[in-house]
Write a protein that binds this ligand. Sequence first.
Ligand code: NAD
Length: 435
Amino acid sequence: MPSQTAPGVFTQALPSYLDPNHLGPWGIYLQQVDRVAPYLGKLGRWVDTLKRPKRTLIVDVPIHLDNGTVAHFEGYRVQHNTSRGPGKGGVRFHQDVTLSEVMALSAWMSIKNAAVNVPYGGAKGGIRVDPKLLSRGELERVTRRYTSEIGIIIGPSKDIPAPDVNTNEQVMAWMMDTYSMNEGATATGVVTGKPVDLGGSLGRREATGRGVFTVGVEAARRIGLDVSRSRVAVQGFGNVGGVAGKLFAEAGARVVAVQDHGGTIYNEAGLHVPALLDHVGRHGSVAGFEGGGQVIPNEDFWGIPCDILIPAALEGQITDKNAGRIQARMVIEGANGPTTPQADDILHDRGVLVLPDVLANAGGVTVSYFEWVQDFSSFFWTEDEINARLVKIMKDAFSAVWQVSEDHKVSLRTATFIIACQRILHARDLRGLYP
Ligand code: NAD
């Protein structure tokens, strides 16, 4: 109900997901934009563009379960901004997915894509479902129905989904096939993160972790931290955390702790990363790993002595409750939105360098961009070419962010937002408003 805020003035309360005081993921994103507003100059007149998603679609996803009953799941696709190009961002299958979360994730994709200067806007999707409770057939039916429902707004030149938490190459293959069946023609460019045999790119699976590693090495050099002698703790040992952990271990670092949904293991001397990856591949989690290391309580993970901490699971993990205990010199955000704004301030005050998600995990979308380009031209690059181009883009983006951070004496997160928001709003300004 609209409430009376002054004589004769009735104002409709903002829905909670648009309210900057509501600290869900979307509220956190809004606070981050507010911190950047003073640096936008004349482009500041467009800043509200960033505070509203361009397009939000909520869909019902009904499927037949194997037991013959019908189940309904809620699905979302949000296109936050398309000023610089088509929407781009992953699809998450998780029981806790909310609209606020998908909106924030789509906005962070706009920022991320602009930060590494790939010609995309930002989008994200998700289904509120626990895929671990579904059979393979049920998972395929959920994926196909969801794809069909969002088919009205996705497409190779409109919005290109990709994998995120609990989605993978197989899910992308089903999405590509469903979209193609509806279109009547094979459209490999509608999703990225596909199997290589279906137009996927070499190096895509490792790209996000490789990007995390690349910016981590660059930042370590600047703060005088020797990676080959460093201790690394990783939360989330999937696509992002697993690869980042492997690359740090290969560079000589000791991966001393790993936490995932199954628990936390610790080994001061360094965990055997290849054996742990093999265990996770076979059992789905670090739980039960017998290759050296002790199980510790999940809460103890945050206080572990280490030099580099990599949150690579879900958002909202580093909060005002645990930020004061973190001993690392550097946090590299592999996950999206793992640090709350309060925790960000605490880490900043304690001299812990935070490499923000919108820069640190941009390697995935960068190689997704390569995949999309390769699909359009039907000409495929070698893995060495892909990795070399990825590393160059990540290093260049990192250098630019570091420079802005020094120039304005702001955090790397605010510096990344400054660069990205300026690019997005400059595009907005050039395009003007229609009509
Ligand atoms: P994934 O499904 O491969 O792995 C997720 C990991 O998080 C698993 O190890 C899981 O056990 C762990 N996890 C889940 N719940 C947890 C909990 N409550 N506590 C501790 N660990 C938990 O997913 P991913 O693709 O590696 O994505 C991880 C994060 O990285 C997400 O925030 C995602 O948005 C972000 N990200 C992914 C990519 C990509 O290319 N995959 C790109 C950019 C950002």
